[in-house]
Design a binder for this molecule. Structure first.
Ligand code: HEC
Ligand code: HEC
Ligand code: HEC
Ligand code: HEC
Ligand code: HEC
Ligand code: HEC
Ligand code: HEC
Ligand code: HEC
Length: 511
């Protein structure tokens, strides 16, 4: 970035800058920051883009005009320019550009951030999810089809419930010619596997990221598979070989810091729903209550924020990525690895472990954890003690740490029982669903909730749900198949209950 700032010098982390070029003279204050209102100093390529795009895509230009990039003369071409080595590059009104602006493009000016992000698990989440689904049948496509018992090549006609075909109305639609529809879906009865991938990509992969596929390329146009683009998943696999997407959190084109700082939205888009409801938990915590009632009074656009000065309750960003101060000294700089305060890896639905630097990821061994769990805990403790006492914070962490063993034991029982059902040849796809629900939708979120302080998610949607779902399954579904003897290993009352039930049935002559 610095090479671009030939005319401007930044002092410290502040937004104070000295300008030598006269074209910077006129500034206006927008969002608490200074913006130049002159156009001249943009590269001549960018000036061409702006001139035409102000007419064609006014939203883009005006949103960009609100950005720090505009102020620092980072124009359209500086981000979108590309070359022939990028399969997604095309010729556009005399310029070689790419519509997708990947971390590789940002790295020209933000190399440290790109490195941190690319080494984090976030950037790898697309590769990890793909690997995990290949290994364990985790893909939406596979889960849904397996539950139904359908084969991937089963044809699914485009028909309504009266049996009338809807195919012609799909193909004759005015948007059809612009969309990137792969061959396998250009059919009145496409295979089920190809169709469920639509849900996987607009569901799973809009959070995790997927491989962006090109279906058609001409000299001046690149058309992407509609199932893979637009794609702002955290770990998108880009045509230029890079991984990740900065716009996952920084939506274009204002790139305004307030958006990511009020992380309940930027992070909560993906960290939500039953299996990891951080967004919902935060909203229901004391921190969330403070944030939601006051955030508009806080300074969320400054380059670096200080707890108790710029903001008064933490958000996803301030705990996970923000700078940490002790007094006036910054003891931890902001980071683009949000797991820099995580001791445990809690996000996998089958297992939990303490992070070790260089330890390979269980689903994708080529990915190594960049930070150490116990070091991370030090940062976490320093985050809290900016505002709370040491005892307050320590009690919270110990509470989380000491709850994991109990929760994991419930999940372990579910896995053991499922294995036994499989061994006896009496398992059904619904057992898989229940075991997943116990592991992914009950145990995992409760473990995460223990570090996010939302009482309802810790109790009713938490420990209570994990225990009762397990017991309901064992009593109602497993005991009739594997017998009370087996189940009583885990839930001792089942055996007495079965004996009592048998005696009751006998005295009342019930079959
Ligand atoms: C002469 C006019 C003109 C110029 C010059 C021009 N564009 Fe465009 N650009 C367009 C039009 C028209 C579209 C199509 C918008 C649409 O699909 O609705 C477009 C589309 C785009 C797209 C989206 C393409 C897609 O497939 O979604 C990007 C990105 C883009 N332009 C960037 C640039 C950049 C960067 C420059 C300067 C290097 C530039 N444009 C110069 C007119 C122009
Ligand atoms: C800081 C980098 C950056 C700058 C500067 C920038 N863009 Fe973009 N632009 C992006 C990113 C990131 C995307 C999202 C691409 C993706 O991953 O799909 C994007 C997407 C677009 C799109 C497609 C948007 C849509 O909703 O269809 C257009 C068109 C576009 N840019 C035009 C421009 C124009 C015109 C300018 C200059 C006024 C500009 N961009 C400046 C990074 C930038
Ligand atoms: C040609 C250089 C250049 C490129 C390419 C570039 N940036 Fe920037 N960016 C800057 C400069 C200069 C600033 C302002 C100084 C600073 O904050 O470091 C900035 C600031 C930012 C900010 C802070 C905004 C604010 O309001 O304070 C964000 C976020 C950002 N860039 C994201 C990106 C992303 C994401 C990309 C790629 C899609 C990108 N940048 C590409 C030069 C660039
Ligand atoms: C997980 C969400 C997330 C992703 C993905 C992300 N950022 Fe950020 N970014 C943030 C947050 C949050 C902040 C503010 C940190 C703070 O409070 O100081 C930030 C701040 C920034 C800043 C301004 C601070 C500075 O040090 O100059 C830049 C520039 C930036 N990001 C660039 C990028 C680039 C480039 C990428 C892609 C490689 C990227 N970001 C990806 C969340 C994200
Ligand atoms: C586009 C979706 C998306 C957004 C936005 C997003 N995340 Fe994530 N995040 C993910 C996914 C997917 C994973 C799981 C990665 C894996 O383990 O494969 C993840 C993992 C994490 C992890 C664990 C990483 C690790 O090393 O195990 C943390 C912590 C996290 N995110 C925090 C945040 C914060 C804080 C923000 C906002 C500033 C944020 N995320 C924004 C999708 C997202
Ligand atoms: C709403 C966004 C979202 C959707 C939809 C989603 N995930 Fe996730 N997934 C996440 C986040 C966020 C995490 C990380 C949770 C954490 O670390 O707390 C995660 C965790 C995971 C993990 C564990 C990551 C690891 O490190 O091993 C896998 C595997 C996974 N998801 C696969 C999938 C698959 C396959 C689908 C579709 C069937 C899917 N996810 C749907 C956001 C999502
Ligand atoms: C008060 C500080 C704080 C706030 C606010 C906060 N977190 Fe956390 N979060 C933590 C701590 C501490 C941990 C780590 C627990 C451990 O492993 O030691 C954690 C763990 C996580 C994890 C689990 C990562 C993994 O797989 O191990 C994710 C994901 C996450 N947080 C996302 C979020 C999101 C998204 C938000 C906002 C909606 C948020 N957090 C708000 C402190 C916070
Ligand atoms: C920016 C300041 C700030 C930071 C940083 C912060 N908190 Fe808080 N926290 C608050 C405020 C304000 C409240 C509201 C309660 C009060 O202090 O009156 C609160 C409340 C809480 C509560 C709720 C208590 C209850 O009765 O429900 C818990 C638990 C908590 N914080 C734990 C933490 C932990 C653990 C961390 C670090 C991971 C942390 N906080 C970081 C400001 C902060």
């Amino acid at each position: 970035m610095r090479k671009l700032l030939k005319t401007a010098t930044l002092f410290g982390a502040g937004m104070v800058f000295i300008i030598s070029g006269s074209s910077f003279a006129k500034t206006e204050d927008v969002n608490g920051m200074f913006y130049t209102s002159t156009k001249e100093n943009f590269s001549k390529e960018s000036q061409a883009c702006i001139e035409c795009h102000i007419k064609k895509t006014q939203f883009v230009v005006n949103d960009w005009k609100r950005s720090a990039h505009y102020k620092f003369k980072v124009g359209c071409y500086e981000c979108h320019k590309s070359d022939k080595s990028n399969p997604a590059a095309y010729e556009h009104h005399g310029f070689i550009i790419s519509t997708i602006v990947t971390p590789k493009s940002c790295s020209k000016c933000h190399p440290k951030i790109v490195k941190e992000y690319t080494e984090s698990i976030h950037a790898h989440s697309g590769l990890i999810a793909q690997k995990a689904e290949a290994k364990s049948g985790g893909n939406f496509a596979v889960i849904v089809l397996k539950a139904l018992g359908w084969k991937a090549d089963r044809p699914i006609p485009h028909k309504n419930t009266y049996g009338e075909s809807t195919w012609k109305d799909i193909v004759n639609d005015p948007v059809w010619e612009y969309a990137g529809v792969p061959k396998e879906l250009q059919s009145p009865a496409p295979p089920a596997g190809a169709v469920v991938k639509i849900f996987a990509n607009w569901g799973c992969y809009s959070c995790h990221g997927t491989k962006i596929k090109i279906v058609k390329k001409t000299k001046d146009r690149v058309v992407f598979d509609f199932r893979t683009w637009p794609m702002v998943g955290a770990g998108a696999i880009n045509p230029d070989g890079s991984i990740g997407n900065c716009a996952a959190c920084h939506p274009f084109h204002s790139f305004r810091l307030k958006i990511v700082r009020a992380g309940i939205g930027a992070c909560g888009r993906c960290h939500e729903s039953e299996d990891h409801p951080n967004y919902e938990m935060f909203g229901k915590s004391m921190h969330g209550a403070m944030f939601l009632s006051q955030f508009n009074e806080w300074n969320l656009d400054k380059p670096v924020l200080k707890a108790g000065v710029d903001y008064f309750a933490p958000t996803c960003d301030s705990c996970h990525m923000g700078a940490v101060f002790k007094g006036d000294k910054m003891i931890y700089a902001p980071t683009h690895n949000p797991a820099s305060i995580c001791k445990w890896k809690l996000g996998m639905w089958k297992l939990v472990f303490v992070r070790k630097p260089g330890k390979p990821h269980p689903a994708l061994p080529s990915v190594k954890y960049p930070t150490d769990g116990l070091e991370n805990r030090k940062r976490a403790f320093a985050v809290c003690t900016q505002c709370h006492s040491k005892q307050w914070a320590a009690n919270c962490f110990v509470g989380g740490d000491l709850s994991i063993g109990f929760l994991d034991s419930l999940r372990r029982i579910a896995f053991d029982v499922e294995k036994e059902l499989e061994k006896q040849g009496v398992a059904t796809p619904l057992d898989r669903k229940i075991v997943r629900n116990i592991g992914a939708m009950a145990v995992r979120p409760t473990e995460i909730a223990m570090f996010h302080y939302a009482p309802g998610y810790i109790w009713w949607d938490g420990a209570f749900r994990a225990a009762t779902e397990l017991v309901e399954w064992l009593e109602g579904s497993v005991a009739p198949r594997l017998g009370a003897d087996y189940v009583s290993k885990y839930v001792p009352w089942i055996k007495t209950y079965e004996e009592k039930l048998k005696a009751y049935k006998e005295t009342h002559h019930i079959e």
